[in-house]
Design a protein around this ligand. Structure first.
Ligand SMILES: [Zn+2]
Length: 65
């Protein structure tokens, strides 16, 4: 399992910046907010269109239903 903070990511729940971790465990991955405990599934990894920005990828958040 691998955890990495997503630089600049804002939590959609509590609105804090730099609290979002992406957690990767084999073929699954999700994101967690360390501030409020929000957990969101990531169906697919963010497209690495620009490999040079690999550490600051934009995470697409699915709208809550
Ligand atoms: Zn949060």
């Amino acid at each position: 399992m691998k955890r990495q903070f997503i630089a600049g990511a804002t939590c959609p729940e509590c609105g804090q910046v730099d609290k979002i971790q992406r957690v990767i465990d084999d073929d699954k991955q999700w994101m967690e907010c360390v501030a409020c405990g929000l957990v969101r599934d990531l169906d697919q990894p963010p497209a690495a269109a620009d490999a040079t920005d690999a550490n600051e990828q934009t995470v697409t958040l699915k709208p809550r239903r």
